[in-house]
Ligand binder design. Structure first.
Ligand code: KG4
Ligand code: ZN
Length: 351
């Protein structure tokens, strides 16, 4: 089944190879139109022992991963490089050294094959992941206009999409990202990096009403998470004065209560954005959209408020090249090509 409103923006026959290397995952994917033929990933375990991503180690790991990952994506898709119509690559935001590895590789590949190079904004691609289809399996995609809550390790944004090309950031964090709030809390609780998935795991076995953390009071549709993390730090210190095993004994309840505060805060502003804009379709994107409470609670919010909810599949929540390929298809169809002189950018303003 086709969705005319989105299909008109892409060429269903175009074969695109995409490369993603903005942080600590090297990924390559092939899409024919909006259909995913492969999405290959190589993670980097090395950062866990340092409690966070070490940029220099990340670039080196990308260098050794990129050739096998790209070859793997082509092989899995049963596509030869000579059949490709374009190469898409993440040009930012992200870690400069990591971005450079992907961008340089993509540039040389597009040059040697004589096909267009397409520059992709990673944050926009997280949202476009909603439009990826799989062979022999049709998925319902968001209708425009829709609101997307994009929550990752580096960003927290409320985005209003009027069309695939008209995106407006209507709210964002003024300090830490939601993913950072999870990862920093995990570190305070003695859990390894990235801690978000572990907080989620322990929270499932805990009581979210056991402890109370203040929901940050921030104007309009913006967010702030740094105060929340600090309140957790003081909370742990205070309780450890009376019981040095407090963290171990209360891990599950602390995770559940802290996660509940983040999720309620995230959805409070999303609900407000839907009210203010009158938009009836809401979506989640980015690594934190893998969080089980956030996924459950947004569905409940949709039911209560009469909103249509779209949640990405797990494989498209965290960083992946299939989402880069999807966004690349939109630019390819518009003949919006990158120049060889275009350089990656660590930060992007707007969308
Ligand atoms: O989008 P992403 O893969 O990378 C960035 O672009 O930043 O997001 C990674 C973030 C990390 O902070 C990680 O802890 C968080 O997503 N994350 C989660 C979960 N899975 C990943 N946070 C909470 N619950 C999860 N299940
Ligand atoms: Zn990301």
């Amino acid at each position: 089944m086709a969705i005319p409103s989105f299909d008109k923006h892409i060429n269903k026959q175009a074969l695109i190879l995409a490369i993603e290397s903005s942080c600590d995952d090297t990924s390559a994917a092939v899409l024919r139109g909006d259909v995913m033929l492969s999405n290959v990933m190589a993670g980097q375990q090395i950062h866990a022992e340092y409690g966070g991503v070490v940029p220099e180690l990340a670039s080196r790991a990308h260098q050794s991963n990129i050739v096998p990952v790209v070859q793997g994506a082509l092989k899995k898709a049963k596509v030869e490089s000579k059949d490709l119509n374009a190469i898409a690559v993440t040009m930012g935001p992200g870690l400069m050294g990591s971005l450079l590895v992907g961008a340089s590789f993509a540039k040389s590949m597009s040059q040697s094959l004589g096909i267009p190079l397409i520059s992709v904004n990673h944050m926009k691609a997280h949202i476009m992941a909603h439009f990826i289809q799989k062979e022999a399996e049709f998925k319902k995609v968001p209708e425009f206009p829709f609101l997307c809550l994009t929550v990752s390790g580096g960003h927290t944004q409320l985005v209003l999409l009027e069309s695939p090309f008209e995106l407006k950031v209507i709210g964002q964090t003024i300090d830490d990202a939601a993913g950072e709030a999870f990862d920093k809390a995990a570190k305070l609780l003695g859990l390894p990096y990235p801690g978000g998935p572990l907080v989620d795991k322990y929270a499932k076995e805990g009581n979210r009403n056991k402890f109370e953390f203040p929901i940050p009071k921030i104007q309009g549709l913006d967010y702030s998470f740094s105060g929340l993390k600090t309140s957790l730090m003081y909370f742990i210190q205070k309780n450890e004065r009376n019981n040095e095993r407090f963290k171990e004994e209360n891990l599950r309840d602390v995770c559940a209560s802290y996660q509940d505060t983040i999720v309620r805060f995230l959805l409070q502003k999303l609900k407000r954005a839907a009210k203010e804009t009158g938009v009836k379709h809401i979506a989640l994107a980015g690594g934190v959209s893998a969080n089980s409470q956030l996924r459950n609670d947004i569905v409940a919010l949709g039911k209560k408020e009469g909103l249509e909810v779209y949640i990405p599949e797990f494989q498209f929540c965290t960083d992946n090249a299939a989402m880069i390929a999807m966004e690349g298809q939109l630019s390819l169809n518009n003949q919006d090509y990158a120049k060889l002189s275009d350089a990656p950018k660590a930060r992007f303003q707007g969308m």
